[in-house]
Design a protein around this ligand. Structure first.
Ligand code: NAD
Ligand code: UDP
Length: 338
């Protein structure tokens, strides 16, 4: 993908090479972040329990001696002297975070606590991957950072939503009580290569279904909306926030404000893949937000950040990725059967 950013306008100041821990670095977003940080000349340590992450996401990085991987669950304490910490550890797709909801909540609360204690001990800057789910099923549209949200504390999505909200609170408290240097992004639906085929989120589900010629499963009537950000745009936003001067220690929305209904997304993917798949309807999951679109005025103003990859462009490379993944998987299946 072409570089869409005008580097003369980048206002972030990159520090010299650093020793950086990326928790959740083997996942979809984490692996892209590790790649970026290693290529910038940093020493990167990926800490991951491999619940949804995969070693194959890191295969290109393993040849760098500045990159290492530790299999560890952040619900257990850890000790590593580092300059920076990025916390991306947490399953992100509803089926995965609901599979073991207690562990999901522990990951966001106890895991964040351990990483914040590590940051405090080593005076490390620490970044939290928060989420648009802190706004729940929003009554304010689009959602600015100042909106407090409409979240159910007692339902199947609560382990994720309330876990992420509690993590933000812990970040606030470690900054105010102990002076820890924090950064927080609220990520809106992001997609791209290295999502799992069985991830369960809408973009990967629809692409895999379309490529296999299976029915496209639209939950509810498909009129609910989401805004889809391409992974490269998001990672650029992470780095701008982490190194921006002056430091921004309040949550910042990152996402693409283009808003689509789920039905429109399904139709777009069917068109782009040339699939013969049919749309079928399945029950809308409990507490599924009706609409979501980020207000990114703060990121534009303070980070000079706007997403540059349009949905069709991002879907093109994501479809190509899944085509490759599925053809490889089919090859392995044929070989195993012979
Ligand atoms: P992902 O599931 O691909 O990645 C999560 C990674 O964290 C995986 O590698 C997983 O194995 C690891 N992990 C989970 N629990 C852990 C634990 N207890 N200890 C150590 N490692 C653990 O998901 P993703 O889309 O890459 O999301 C990364 C982060 O960004 C998550 O924190 C997620 O909540 C947040 N986020 C993502 C999106 C999105 O659209 N992708 C939106 C909002 C927030
Ligand atoms: N969705 C759907 N079919 C699927 C997967 C998801 O219609 O196969 C819908 C889901 O109900 C939600 C939207 O797509 O309204 C986005 O779902 P996703 O799980 O990707 O993210 P989130 O709900 O956390 O935004």
């Amino acid at each position: 993908m072409k570089n869409i950013f005008d580097t003369t306008k980048i206002i972030s100041k990159r520090p010299p090479a650093r020793r950086i821990l990326v928790a959740g670095g083997a996942g979809f977003l984490g692996s892209h972040l590790c790649e970026r940080l290693v290529h910038e000349g940093n020493t990167v340590i990926c800490v991951d329990n491999f619940s949804t992450g995969r070693m194959e996401n890191l295969s290109d990085l393993l040849r760098f001696d500045t990159f290492s991987v530790i299999q560890h669950d952040i619900v257990d304490p850890l000790e590593l002297p580092v300059d920076e910490i990025y916390n991306l550890a947490c399953p992100a797709s509803p089926p995965h975070y609901q599979a073991d909801p207690i562990h999901t909540l522990k990951t966001s609360v106890i895991g964040s606590l351990h990483l914040l204690e590590l940051a405090r001990k080593h005076q490390a800057r620490i970044f939290q991957a928060s989420t648009s789910e802190v706004y729940g099923d929003p009554h304010v549209h689009p959602q600015p950072e100042a909106y407090w949200g409409n979240v159910n504390s007692f339902g199947p999505r609560s382990c994720y939503d309330e876990g992420k909200r509690s993590a933000e609170t812990l970040f606030y408290d470690f900054h105010h009580q102990h002076g820890v240097d924090i950064r927080i992004v609220r990520i809106f639906n992001t997609y791209g290569p290295r999502m799992r085929a069985d991830d369960g989120r809408v973009v990967s589900n629809f692409i895999v279904q379309a490529l296999r010629g299976d029915d496209i499963t639209v939950y509810g009537d498909g009129s609910q909306t989401r805004s889809f950000c391409y992974v490269d745009d998001l990672i650029e936003g992470f780095c701008r926030l982490m190194y921006n001067q002056p430091a921004i220690r309040t949550p910042v929305n990152l996402g693409n404000p283009g808003e689509f209904t789920v039905r429109e997304l399904a139709q777009q993917i069917i068109r782009m893949t040339g699939s013969s798949s049919k749309i079928v309807h399945r029950p809308l999951p409990t507490d599924d937000p009706r609409q979501r679109r980020p207000d990114i005025s703060a990121a534009k103003r303070d980070l000079d950040w706007t997403p540059g990859v349009a949905l069709t462009e991002g879907l093109t490379s994501t479809i190509a990725y899944f085509e490759h993944q599925l053809s490889r998987a089919d090859g392995e299946f044929v070989e195993a059967a012979q």
